[in-house]
Write a protein of this length. Structure first.
Length: 197
């Protein structure tokens, strides 16, 4: 019974992710801020739809699981704006590691080990699965910002160079996605949604 109770405690803890808000807005809901639980669901489905664009063989089930759990740590650490300063990202990494230990620690030991290992693999991008998962995590905001006339890019004064640097990860894990992103960045820059720097 303790095993089941631990699993239920973990599931109930996940509800808190619905209260963590991101910089990305939901165009079709009066531009309210998207929450991290919605984002996780969205990219998990996106990975399934776009899996054919993975450059290497991937285990789609592992990719989807990584995407579903990768932001759970934001329950404790909060969301970090993708274009924040490097030192802020370094501080965030430490917060997220502590959060992963606590939150996955709610689970029975065997499941904790599995999920913590997958989370670390995603963070460190140590496999083709993790690299493709990261590419999917990064391409969705491009779709969303383009669909919302610049969205959070325009609102926060993001530059073309920043978006290229953030997404160049796709060069090796999803080259076709990378080419699409470059085209979108050029369009966004021409429209003034990204600063041309």
């Amino acid at each position: 019974m303790e095993h089941f109770t631990q699993q239920v405690d973990f599931i109930l803890e996940l509800d808190r992710l619905k209260a963590v808000y991101r910089k990305t807005t939901v165009r079709d809901d009066n531009n309210r801020h998207e929450n991290s639980a919605e984002h996780s669901w969205h990219i998990a489905l996106l990975a399934q739809v776009l899996s054919e664009y993975a450059e290497h063989d991937i285990d789609l089930n592992r990719v989807v699981t990584m995407l579903l759990i990768h932001d759970i740590v934001e329950i404790d650490a909060g969301d970090m704006f993708a274009f924040a300063q490097q030192q802020d990202h370094e501080i965030q990494e430490q917060k997220e590691l502590a959060a992963a230990e606590r939150i996955f620690g709610l689970l029975p030991e065997t499941q904790k080990a599995i999920y913590l290992s997958l989370w670390l693999e995603f963070e460190q991008a140590t496999s083709h699965d993790a690299q493709f998962a990261k590419a999917i995590d990064r391409v969705l905001p491009v779709f969303q910002n383009m669909n919302n006339q610049g969205g959070s890019w325009l609102k926060h004064g993001v530059t073309k160079t920043q978006v290229i640097k953030r997404n160049e990860y796709m060069k090796t894990s999803g080259p076709k996605l990378w080419q699409y992103v470059l085209e979108q960045i050029d369009i966004a820059t021409q429209k003034g949604w990204l600063k041309d720097e």
